[in-house]
Write a protein that binds this ligand. Structure first.
Ligand code: GLU
Length: 480
């Protein structure tokens, strides 16, 4: 069975790159009806941020990436928070020491700092690698603080296969005797994740490509324990576009890069998920770019993952988001809009009707306030706006005639809904010898003060109501 995991460190907000890792990891297991695990990697106690684990969980819940095992839901391989697994790591570290693949290091902080200053590479000089048994015993008995380091082979090459990047090799002479257990008794990420991935039965390690070159050290741990190595799936880098046209690692300066910021900016979770699915993966047999999570599960395979860096394009995301918003049903749209509307909406405004008109005219929810402004307050406009080639309006006297006739008609319309308004205004066409389009044009400019609007004249009047419509027509007549 395919088992994958998402193993974030709770160090702050959920970066969109992390969410992509979670998504790909989820999809790889779910494509095979496998298992997806959430594991919280909190052994770097200095980088912990309060509330970060909740952000991780809520992001996964909102995006629909449910996990089969993890904190809260449990499972056979718990606990799923590394700080709660402390004794496990020590046990395995000692096994490695006994087998000769790791060693106690008693070097003081001062000594290491000195070493660091002397050696620009910051490498450890393996000072404790060959301490005698007696020396080790003596230090341990005396309670000298220690770390446990991995004993790297001094020569040869370590090679592993990555499903995306292919064969990766590293000279062992380049590998540091990295720390597995720290002086505070916590494991390093480097050690803990290997133990956990093994114990939790993870078959595919899916993560960012920044781990590509450290993975030789991890496969050596698998080898040292005599465990079968997992499959590695390193994901391409995520880049952002800079103002000067170059690209660099996606970060805050490129725009909102946390999931929550995007949500607050008016993006839909479904649109974000759909868009980031395509950031580094391409469907094999599909022309479409639109995928629900279920559809992604069906089509997502590792061979569609690319190794070239993916560039996050905010314009493209905005377009996706617009498409998703336009497809929402009206009720859902109204419900989702509520938290974004900051404008006080006056009593004359037909809120539902207004939102229906705006739904297909926005690309993200935060555009709503600006787009609804003209319904609430008539903008200043110039009578020039009435001229229109297509409707052959070249004379403001004609506009005046139309508006006067429209005013008279509208005064006697009681039900101000789109259909009634249209039916009432239609006869003006014959009466004035003008095309319906020309009549509606004049009225629309008068009631909106804008050349382009969401909805036509009658729809706008339905939104603003009888009194306001007539007041706006009067204003136009006064201008003309
Ligand atoms: N805790 C690591 C991170 O957040 C996980 C890397 C991995 O998936 O192995 O980067």
């Amino acid at each position: 069975m395919t088992v994958t995991r998402f193993a974030p460190s709770p160090t702050g907000y959920m970066h969109i790159g992390n969410l992509r890792t979670a998504l790909y990891s989820y999809l790889i297991s779910k494509h095979d009806d496998g298992k997806f695990i959430l594991r919280i990697e909190d052994t770097d106690r200095e980088r912990l941020v309060e509330g970060a684990t909740d952000i991780i969980k809520s992001t996964l819940a909102i995006t629909g990436l449910g996990y089969d095992e993890g904190p809260d839901v449990g499972g056979d391989h718990g606990p799923y928070v590394q700080s709660e697994r402390k004794p496990i790591y020590m046990e395995y570290a000692k096994k490695l020491v006994d087998a000769g693949h790791a060693y106690y290091c008693f070097c003081t902080k001062e000594r290491l700092e000195e070493l660091h200053n002397e050696d620009a590479l910051g490498g450890y000089d393996r000072h404790c690698r060959n301490l005698s048994k007696e020396e080790i015993e003596k230090n341990l008995n005396a309670g000298v603080p220690y770390v446990i380091r991995q004993k790297m082979p001094l020569d040869g090459v370590t090679t592993y296969y990555d499903s995306v990047f292919g064969e990766i090799s590293m000279n062992n002479s380049e590998l540091q005797d990295q720390i597995l257990m720290k002086a505070d008794g916590y494991p390093t990420y480097n050690f803990a994740h290997v133990i956990d991935d093994y114990l939790m039965g993870v078959t595919h390690v899916v993560r960012g490509s920044e781990y590509l070159t450290s993975t030789p050290k991890y496969v050596l741990l698998y080898d040292a324990f005599g465990w079968e190595r997992p499959n590695y799936v390193h994901l391409p880098l995520l880049m952002g576009k800079n103002a000067d046209g170059t690209v660099s690692k996606l970060s805050k300066r490129h725009g909102a890069v946390s999931f929550q910021d995007l949500i607050d900016d008016g993006y839909l979770p479904e649109a974000i998920v759909n868009y980031i699915a395509l950031l580094g993966w391409c469907p094999k047999n599909s022309e479409s770019e639109f995928f629900t999570l279920d559809e992604l599960k069906a089509v997502f395979t590792i061979d569609g993952v690319s190794k070239s860096p993916a560039v996050f394009d905010f314009e493209k995301l905005l377009w996706f988001n617009g498409e998703y918003i336009h497809k929402l049903d009206d009720e859902e749209f109204k419900m989702l809009s509520a938290r974004f509307i900051k404008t006080e909406i006056p009593a004359n405004i037909n809120r539902n009707k207004m939102l229906e008109l705006l739904k297909t005219r926005i690309s993200k929810f935060t555009e709503l306030d600006e787009k609804m402004e003209f319904f609430i307050t008539l903008p200043e406009y110039d009578t020039e706006l009435f001229y229109n080639k297509k409707n052959k309006i070249a004379d403001l006297e004609v506009v005046k005639t139309v508006l006067e006739a429209a005013k008279e008609t509208l005064c006697s319309v009681n039900s101000f809904d789109n259909d009634s308004l249209f039916a009432a205004l239609m006869p003006l066409s014959e009466k004035l010898g003008l095309k319906t389009g020309a009549i509606m044009w004049c009225i629309r400019i008068a009631v909106s003060g804008m050349a382009a609007t969401p909805g036509g004249a009658t729809e706008i009047m339905e939104v603003i109501g009888k009194e306001e419509s007539l007041a706006r027509i009067d204003k136009a007549l006064a201008k003309l």
